[in-house]
Structure formats: structure tokens, C-alpha cells
Design a protein. Structure first.
Length: 220
């Protein structure tokens, strides 16, 4: 049986010692899975995603990604190249003046040729219904447009795994349906957080829930 893509074993994490967020938390993501991560507000869903890519460090437990244990900051360089994280707030992800610069930033940082990057940017924006947005000023976009551009910055990196924090938050019904169809067509395994029950049921292959810091199986 192939190694899981992501494997968290008995992970603990707290922002303050007296209030643990994750306790003895274990989770496994395998190829082909689209996992809905459920739980109440403040249950630790975003925290868990940030732990996977090393933005936070656990106080106990093991984090394995792509078959290797990840402990030090340097261990997560490869993870961040291969795991695309969509932040809950688009403004945390978008920091360049124009859409083109934001979506091109990651691939250029990886050393891709500029002409290839321009092609990838155009293809990714078109895929998300944002054709022709390259020259748009990022901070002037609507909330829904920002969320789609933020997702474009993730997909343009051609990641192996997707971690999506509220991907349809702020989107209207038409944009949500388009995004659902796009995500269903992608080959990447993913963990996604969404309060939209219908979206979860249509996208997820299975669901888990964070309850008192631990992962439990959940119904879709």
C-alpha cells in the first residue's frame, strides 16, 4: 500500500498552554481523496491546515508529508512547493499590485521561464472564469473575485495536494458551481474546510470532524 500523502500522528497544539486546540490529533490523507474537514468555529480546522505546511509547529506528535517526517523549517520547503494552501482570507494571500503579478509570483519564484509563466497564468485565470483579469488592480476586486484570484495563485503552482480553507466563501451561486466543477475535475487529493453543506456533499469523498481537538469520522 502506498504511503499516505499527509499523515498526522498524535499531534498537540495550543496558542496558549491553558487552552489546547489540538490534542492527540491524528489524520491521514491518501491519493485520490477529497476530505471535508468539519467542526465548530474555533475547533482548530485552520490551525490543522497551517500545521501541515509548517506555518505552525506542534508541541507534540509527528507530521509526515510525502512519506517524510517534517520537523525543522527546512523540512517544509519542499512541502510548500508541492502543497497549495488557500487561506481563509484572500487578503492574506494577495500582496502584489496586479492579478498577473500575484498569480505569477509562485511560479517565478520556482524559476519557471517567464513565457511559460504567462501561459500558465492565462490558462489558470480562464479556468476560473477570470480571463482577461491580468491587468486588474488586486485591491479593487470584489471579495468573490479576490477569492478566485487567491485560488488561481495556488493552482498556478501545479501543486500535488490542495488545502482549501473556505474556498466558496463570498462566492455567488454561479461562481460556487463553477468552482465545484473545477475542483471535482482536478486530480489532486485535497483537504477542504467549508460551512456550505451542499458544497461538501458534492465535492468530498469522505468527511472528518474536529471535536475537542481530535479527529472523528463524520457523515457528509
Amino acid at each position: 500500500m502506498p504511503n499516505p500523502l499527509i499523515n498526522l500522528q498524535n499531534v498537540d497544539f495550543a496558542y496558549r498552554p491553558e487552552r489546547p486546540v489540538l490534542r492527540d490529533c491524528s489524520l491521514t490523507l491518501s491519493a485520490g481523496q477529497r476530505m471535508a474537514l468539519c467542526g465548530a468555529n474555533g475547533s482548530g480546522k485552520t490551525t490543522l491546515l497551517h500545521l501541515v505546511v509548517g506555518l505552525l509547529k506542534p508541541s507534540a506528535g509527528v507530521i509526515e508529508v510525502f512519506g517524510r517526517e517534517r520537523r525543522k523549517e527546512a523540512d517544509f520547503y519542499e512541502v510548500r512547493r508541492r502543497v497549495g494552501l488557500l487561506f481563509q482570507e484572500p487578503d492574506d494571500q494577495l500582496f502584489c499590485p496586479t492579478v498577473l503579478e500575484d498569480v505569477a509570483f509562485g511560479p517565478l519564484n520556482l524559476g519557471w521561464p517567464r513565457e511559460e509563466v504567462r501561459q500558465v497564468v492565462a490558462e489558470t485565470l480562464t479556468q476560473l472564469g477570470l480571463a482577461g483579469y491580468q491587468s486588474r488592480i488586486t485591491y479593487q476586486l470584489s471579495g468573490g473575485e479576490k477569492r478566485l484570484v487567491a485560488l488561481a495563485t495556488v493552482l498556478a503552482m501545479r501543486p500535488d495536494v490542495l488545502l482549501l480553507d473556505e474556498p466558496v466563501g463570498g462566492l455567488d451561486d454561479e461562481a460556487s458551481k463553477r468552482l465545484l466543477n473545477i475542483l471535482k475535475s482536478l486530480p489532486q487529493a485535497m483537504i477542504f474546510v467549508s460551512h456550505d453543506h451542499r458544497f461538501r456533499r458534492q465535492l468530498a469523498t469522505h468527511a472528518v470532524r474536529l471535536n475537542e481537538g481530535r479527529i472523528e469520522e463524520a457523515a457528509l
